[in-house]
Write a protein that binds this ligand. Structure first.
Ligand code: HEM
Length: 450
């Protein structure tokens, strides 16, 4: 009986995946045909445009999950970090396996982290070492979980209200709101202020771009990032020096880090600076991009937009968050998380999709694909606000799960609430009302209301 049940369950799982793939294939053909006929630019540009939009990626992943869920190619798609080929991992359980097997699939960022700090590694560039545990433990004492409710969310709420109210009917969301609020968190909560708000935004964006998005290793991006790194180091050094000279005992991340030096002398000023650099880079472009992309997805779905509007008007940030994080599932900040195989090994062992991953291969574990895997996610193509939080992989998974995870969850609804509460919220006409994709980080996206 159990054997029969297992066989039935396996057949059902495969049928679900196959059905999902067939629907995706027809939809992809239709979208591509429409783009080729009606789109702008050369045929090649139209094709690339059509196939790289998030909804198409979701469909492409659905097709591959049915026929080739894990595969390895000899080509190096990422050339900015050493590797000898590329592995794709698309099923939810396998994505989670890669991110859980931290010993075998390691983070690659160390050389760039050292270039940014001018010496030491930062914990996102470390494996599970004593140094990783040391640094994250100290930083968790400096950046406490209960700060999210007590300090960070009230700060984000107040700033979002103030910034948005200056543009009551038409607002360029990144410039006037979503970049500014995390910049305020960096200055008022981390305790790292640049001379100008725009400096912190530019440094963090250049550095994030070079570290995580510049997959080809463009020299111009590197040069700009290394200049930003020097400026950011100098700004944090100056903030530490000024704080010490003033004798001010401010209860923020920097103030607490300086207090911790008393019991942990190895946590010297340079170590504090290097850890703060990592937090600053992580905080600004990501929160802004996530907010913009979530809003963009909502604007494509009138019913969901109406629900989010009602939650915003009622001041229900938890429900508003449910709308926003579901929206972000359809276009998360990063569609894949990458790791390098430390040794030759097998993933999804003892299954028909088991695949050998050669040592040195770059493994692209797709969190976007995982969040649409029908074997893990109930009716993944539906927009729903009742999904369990564990369905979402919006900011990493496993040991390196985002250090700001709790901040993100609280702050993104607080940032967007004033805009989503507006009546008849809509895109501005023309290109202004579409996310500006001239860089990987939206700089402009204009919405209007009555
Ligand atoms: C919506 C906004 C954010 C997104 C989408 C995001 C995304 C991510 C992702 C995908 C990772 C894992 C990278 C990997 O495993 O290779 C990560 C880790 C990290 N993030 Fe975020 N992040 C966000 C906000 C923040 C904020 C606000 C901070 C600072 C408070 C931050 C600091 C970090 C740090 C320090 C790590 C490394 C954690 C570790 O190695 O243990 N991030 N983030």
């Amino acid at each position: 009986m159990t054997l029969l049940k297992n066989i039935f369950a396996a057949l059902r799982a495969y049928a679900l995946t196959l059905l999902d793939a067939v629907v995706a294939l027809f939809s992809l053909i239709a979208t591509t045909a429409r783009a080729l006929v009606a789109g702008k630019g050369t045929l090649k540009e139209r094709l690339i445009g059509a196939l790289t939009r998030p909804s198409s990626l979701i469909e492409i992943f659905a097709i591959f999950r049915a026929v080739l869920p894990n595969f390895v190619i000899g080509k190096q798609l990422i050339t900015s970090y050493e590797n000898n080929g590329t592995a794709f991992v698309l099923r939810a359980t396998d994505v989670i396996e890669v991110l859980d097997r931290e010993e075998d699939f390691a983070v690659v960022y160390e050389p760039k982290m050292r270039a940014i700090t001018g010496g030491a590694n930062f914990f996102l560039g470390m494996q599970n070492t004593a140094q990783y545990q040391h640094d994250t433990s100290l930083m968790k004492l400096a950046m406490r979980r209960d700060d999210v409710e007590a300090l960070v969310t009230p700060l984000a709420r107040a700033r979002a209200e103030a910034y948005a109210s200056a543009f009551p009917k038409r607002i360029d969301v990144p410039q006037e709101l979503t970049l500014r609020v995390p910049a305020a968190i960096v200055s008022d909560y981390f305790g790292v202020s640049a001379q100008a708000e725009t400096d912190a935004i530019q440094w963090a964006t250049s550095l994030f771009w070079w570290l995580f998005v510049d997959l080809k290793g463009e020299p111009a991006i590197e040069t700009k990032a290394l200049m930003a790194a020097a400026d950011l180091r100098a700004a944090i050094d100056a903030a530490i020096e000024a704080r010490k000279a003033s004798g001010d005992k401010k209860d923020d991340v920097l103030g607490r880090a300086l207090e911790l030096q008393k019991g942990a002398p190895e946590f010297d000023d340079i170590a504090i600076r290097d850890n703060l650099i990592g937090l600053v880079i992580g905080a600004i472009p990501t929160i802004s991009k996530a907010s913009v992309q979530a809003l963009d997805q909502l604007l494509d779905r009138p019913e969901a937009l109406a629900g989010a509007h009602a939650a915003a008007v009622a001041g229900d940030e938890a429900l508003l968050g449910a709308y926003l994080f579901e929206a972000l599932r359809f276009n998360p900040v990063n569609p894949v998380i990458y790791r390098r195989a430390n040794r030759s090994t097998v993933i999804a062992a003892n299954t028909f999709r088991a695949r050998k991953i050669p040592e040195g291969a770059m493994v692209l574990a797709s969190n976007l694909s995982a969040m649409f895997d029908p074997l893990q996610i109930d009716k993944p193509n539906e927009f729903r606000v009742d999904r369990p939080w564990g369905n979402y992989i919006l900011w990493g998974y496993g040991m390196h799960t985002c250090f700001g995870a709790y901040i993100n969850r609280a702050v993104i609804p607080a940032i967007l609430r004033p805009v989503l509460a507006r009546p008849n919220l809509r895109r501005a006409a023309g290109a202004a009302g579409q996310i500006d994709v001239s860089t990987p980080f939206p700089q402009h996206f204009v919405v209007e209301s009555d």
